[in-house]
Design a protein around this ligand. Structure first.
Ligand code: SAM
Length: 225
């Protein structure tokens, strides 16, 4: 019989070594990372690696992001606990679960129906009923539930989709990797009335955002998809 894995200890050392040691100290964020069982969002054959300091494949050529990147992107949203957040690229559902612990309502859009269904199942199993997932092209947002206090894009966009900026509430923040196959820039956009302020954080490497405001298959070849 395979030895039992102590997931809680692995999770604790992930938080200490990958998150706190790199300077992220916000209590609510750390609590969310300590609470959400990341291994449940990872396919069975990858589960033993669920708490490593890197991304992992989740099927369909897609990935669950590195824990540190999930933490940084979440903290850049500066969530107040009572907001409406939109995520583009549900993937495994892990990022949505972290958001669900830190805000009132999460809407998440995933183009791959199989991933969306799997994420929905895990989130329900964990009782995170404040996440609503839709299958479709999220590159144009989800106008029915706008405005959003935070918008998180978890796939690389050629430029920030204008419809997403339009769906941002006054004072809201949008966090997105912007750039191409060779690498992207993690960007934060903040709305103040009709004005948008922009900040560039650091280089990142994401899978492509597809769809209307995303990358076409000619411009970003589906090498690993
Ligand atoms: N947030 C995810 C998690 O916690 O596991 C990781 C997301 S993965 C890096 C990027 C996801 O974006 C993939 O699942 C991909 O199918 C999805 N995606 C790409 N283009 C999309 C689009 N236009 N609309 C919705 N989802 C999209």
């Amino acid at each position: 019989m395979a030895p039992e894995i102590d997931w809680e200890s692995l999770r604790e050392s992930m938080v200490r070594n990958q998150i706190e040691r790199r300077g992220l100290t916000e209590e609510r964020l750390l609590r969310a990372l300590r609470t959400i069982p990341r291994h449940l969002f990872v396919p069975m054959e990858e589960r033993y690696r669920a708490y490593i300091d890197g991304p992992l494949p989740i099927g369909g050529g897609q990935t669950i992001s590195q824990p540190y990147i999930v933490a940084v992107m979440t903290s850049l949203l500066v969530l107040q606990g009572d907001g409406n957040v939109l995520e583009i690229g549900t993937g495994s559902g892990y990022q949505a679960a972290i958001l669900a612990c830190m805000t009132k309502q999460v809407y998440s859009v995933e183009r791959d129906a199989e991933l969306a269904a799997r994420a929905h199942e895990v989130l329900c199993r964990l009782g995170l009923f404040n996440v609503t997932i839709k299958t479709g092209d999220g590159s144009e947002g989800w106008p029915e539930h706008a405005p959003y206090d935070g918008i998180l894009v978890t796939a690389a966009a050629p430029s920030v989709p204008p419809n997403l900026l339009q769906q941002l509430a006054d004072g809201g923040r949008l966090v997105a990797p912007v750039g191409g196959q060779e690498g992207q820039d993690l960007q934060v956009w903040r709305r103040s009335g009709e004005m948008m302020a922009f900040e560039s954080i650091f280089p990142v490497s994401f899978v492509p955002l597809r769809g209307k405001a995303g990358w076409s298959e000619e411009d970003w070849l589906p090498k690993h998809e």
